[in-house]
Design a protein. Sequence first.
Length: 143
Amino acid sequence: MSDALTGSCLCGACTFTATPDEQEAGACHCGMCRKVAGGINIAVGCSDVTWNEGAPIKVYRSSDWAERGFCGTCGANLFWRAVGGDAGREVIALNAFDTPGAFPVTRQIFVDDKPDSYALAGDLVSLTGAEVRAMYAPEGGTT
């Protein structure tokens, strides 16, 4: 585990401190993440996430087991989190961090949903949607 890092949304109305669970990021290619992020959703799992008081965070329940947070002012993608999951643990959008370059992308999920128009370089751990659902989703639900 590392030290707490800072970040914000595009307009600065939502600021945070968070402790990354690891020094690596993961990419998700599922249809929901691509819609939320406007492309590949790259994020970092974090604990001890604290948002500034009065942050205009809006939460959208995207499935039976997950929700996504965004800034209610500028609309910036901020996080994904499991519903009823670990309190204080969120998967923070990579580019919300003040230092996004600190996290190399080492894994990708929902590779079977990835459009053929792009590919990530390097030797990445890759999981299909079925593999991810088997690990995390109750009864094979969606992300």
